[in-house]
Design a protein around this ligand. Structure first.
Ligand SMILES: Cc1cc2nc3c(=O)[nH]c(=O)nc-3n(C[C@H](O)[C@H](O)[C@H](O)COP(=O)(O)O)c2cc1C
Length: 335
């Protein structure tokens, strides 16, 4: 009997198959469907810093308007109701998902700067989230802001969220930091319970006919997994935070690689958007089949077996590998 169980953010999970934040986790029915297909946990779609600050700014404006005239003014109360709409809808999704789900439900806060909006983490906790994923997607375009300022801001953000809530916090990171191990160590220090490797960046495409720059979302490809495996393998065993891999996990083999790199869980989104929720069931079946064939009895047994600290030749993860890879290329004869 194969034991697929794992632990992530201190939560016991029946397998490493987690559905990451995406529109497929956006309703109670979706969460039920994913659980039935084999999901061990789900991350709800994000609520955004901009949404939370916009709404609280709207409240400030309404309150000011209210004091300028009379608080009973007819326009005041509808505007006040609007203030909480996005937040209440989110908390309601969380509560109803928790009511029906037998698996952990993680909420997702998406923001880049420390500030009052992080207090929403407390409400997320009160609504019953088993954990909170903090997506820290930011885009540094101001040349006066150095990388260390950005990193310090991110660490401060995590510190503030940790101070608001007692549920475990996972930090979803971008791969584009100068030193991921240094940042990971700082996040460890402020108590991040998990590191989610990595966010995908969505660059706008150029429409050269209409001289327009427009957003474009493409789903991931399995090749995108490699950078995640690389950094998970380097970080494994060096940080207390547990590692989740998101980005390019499409098959059972990708899940196995993620675990062998040191991931507690492997998250799927694009693969399910491509192949439907039933793809998750196929991935789990193939996971079991492969483990049986290779005589593994548990996920724990293989975790970190291809991490930097476990492989006989750690140079594979270092600069030496870069040189070797470049020099291994042989030019093809042109016809
Ligand atoms: C349509 C779509 C919506 C997404 N929405 C969110 C979101 O709200 N919050 C978040 O943290 N990640 C979001 N993601 C990112 C995914 O959770 C995931 O990290 C990313 O797509 C990489 O995993 P994949 O290769 O399995 O797609 C979204 C991805 C897609 C494709």
């Amino acid at each position: 009997m194969i034991d697929l169980s794992t632990e992530y953010l201190g939560l016991k999970l029946k397998s490493p198959l987690v559905v990451s934040s995406n529109p497929l986790t956006g309703s109670t029915e979706d969460v039920q469907r994913l659980e039935a297909a084999g999901a061990a946990a789900v991350v709800l779609p994000s609520i955004f810093e901009e949404q939370l600050t916009l709404e609280s700014n709207a409240l400030d404006a309404d309150l000011t308007r209210g004091t300028e005239s009379f608080s009973e003014t007819t326009g005041f109360f509808p505007a006040y109701d609007n203030f909480r709409q996005g937040q209440d809808t989110y908390l309601e999704l969380l509560r109803s998902a928790k009511k029906v789900a037998g698996i952990p439900v993680l909420a997702s806060l998406n923001g880049a700067t420390a500030g009052g909006w992080v207090a929403f983490a407390k409400e997320i906790e009160q609504a019953g989230a088993d954990a909170l994923e903090l997506n820290t997607y930011s885009l540094p375009i101001d040349p006066r802001i150095s990388s260390s300022v950005i990193e310090d801001g991110l660490v401060e953000l995590v510190r503030q969220v940790k101070a608001c809530t007692k549920i475990p916090i996972a930090v979803k990171l971008s791969p584009q930091f100068t030193s991921i191990p240094s940042l990971a160590a700082k996040l460890d220090k402020v108590g991040a319970d998990g590191l989610v490797l990595f966010n995908r960046f969505y660059q706008p495409d150029f429409d050269i006919d209409n001289l327009n720059v427009a957003p474009r979302l493409t789903l991931s490809r399995p090749e995108e997994l490699l950078i995640r495996l690389h950094w998970a393998a380097i970080l494994y065993g060096t940080v207390k935070a547990q590692i989740a891999i998101t980005g390019g996990v499409h098959s059972a083999q990708d899940v196995l690689k993620s675990v062998m790199a040191g991931g507690q869980v492997a998250m799927l989104a694009s693969a399910l958007l491509f192949g439907g929720v039933s793809h998750l069931t196929a991935v789990q079946a193939e996971l079991v089949r492969w483990m049986e064939e290779h005589e593994y009895t548990s996920i724990w047994q293989m975790r970190g077996s291809l991490s930097r600290q476990s492989v006989p030749n750690p140079v594979a993860f270092e600069r030496g590998n870069y040189i070797k890879t470049l020099s291994s290329y042989t030019l093809r004869q042109s016809a």
